[in-house]
Ligand binder design. Sequence first.
Ligand SMILES: *Cc1c(COP(=O)(O)O)cnc(C)c1O
Length: 425
Amino acid sequence: MKTNPPAMHVLLNAPALKNYPKDSLKSLATALFKAHQETPFTCTNLDEWVGLVKERYHAVMSPPLKPLYNATGVVLSTNLGRACLEPSHLKELELLSGYVNLEVDDTGKRANRCHLVQELLKMLFGAEDALILNNNASALVLVASVFAPKAQNKETLLSYGQLVEIGGHFRAHELLDCVTNLKFVGSTNKTYLQDYQHALSPQTTLITTIHLSNFLQQGFVASVGAKELFKLATAHKILFYEDLGSLQSVPQVQKFLKHAHLVSFSADKLLGSVQGGIVLGAKECVQALAKHPLYRAFRADKIQIYMLARSLQAHIQGQTNPTQRFLAQDQDALLNKALKLLQLLGGMPATLIETTALIGGGVVDTGLKSFGLLLTPKRDFKEFHNVLHQQGLACVLRSDGVLLDTFALFEKDLVGIARIVKSAL
Ligand SMILES: *Cc1c(COP(=O)(O)O)cnc(C)c1O
């Protein structure tokens, strides 16, 4: 039966809420009362309402992120925050509790906030110029806005074979569609150079490719290489831009740079750093991007800039990051890690099995050989999986049990993980 909630002033003046910020509680209670109209809470008296408000307040005021152990076998997962950051770099962020020389040089004159990162990017990739944005999605939007703006009726060519959903229902071409007239060429499975040639019109000012990210095209397929598209674009005095999605490796990006005016990729995928969009390419193109008003809307903040600079410095010095260390694990190390966890689990219903881990983060991979523990407790697997998740262990629900893939688990966490599994059983 639905009971009426208490009067607002009665609730807010309850002694148990004395030390809480009244205005915030009022907003919270207003929303709760409204929700109560639609789906009644079970609260029947003032004390219960006070308890509910307190509980909701503390939930909202808890740390914004909680740590998870990643037993999903996917190294770069957007849901789990993509790349793990280097602890020593994070410690340095303390410096941001004070003022910093974000946009001033040593004489106090206005300076470019990305100067150092740009130098590092040019050094690492041998690019003529570089720009850093808030993320790679911004790069797509900025490049098309500058070089093929819809407002000026300009067109961008994109193959039907590259209409990619990049996750969370976002599609790269729909981003482009916001700012440019997209002209699709070829077909889903086959696109030829002549498709691009035929599609070119006086309005065409940009040819774009989008990396297929998380899927593979096999069988009766054809696509046009970067070299040919770059040649075509150059011959028509227009631009060729490649959205690489993730970085695969430094030499690979260097190779792509040879055959494109611009390339871009995410900083928090295989590069293993914070969220960011890295644009590399010809100096005049990059500078045109930096001069456009939209650049201001996409610029990176000081935390991103600091962390990205540290990641790039580490790359240049040949130091590995957590993502690279996971990917470098050999079969012996992986087996030992799984065996160690099995041992820590004692006599629990767990079986060591071979698994297939994934790089994730928009990288096409056919799988990495890994090991996992298949937990088969005598209870509902789904419920068990949910309990583990709630306790901070992200794992995989299967029809034959709950899988802990050990690929993306840190060795130092195994004891804590075993404790969670034991307490959940
Ligand atoms: C991941 C991805 C993006 C989006 O990058 P963000 O840095 O997450 O904005 C764009 N294009 C491709 C091909 C991707 O794989």
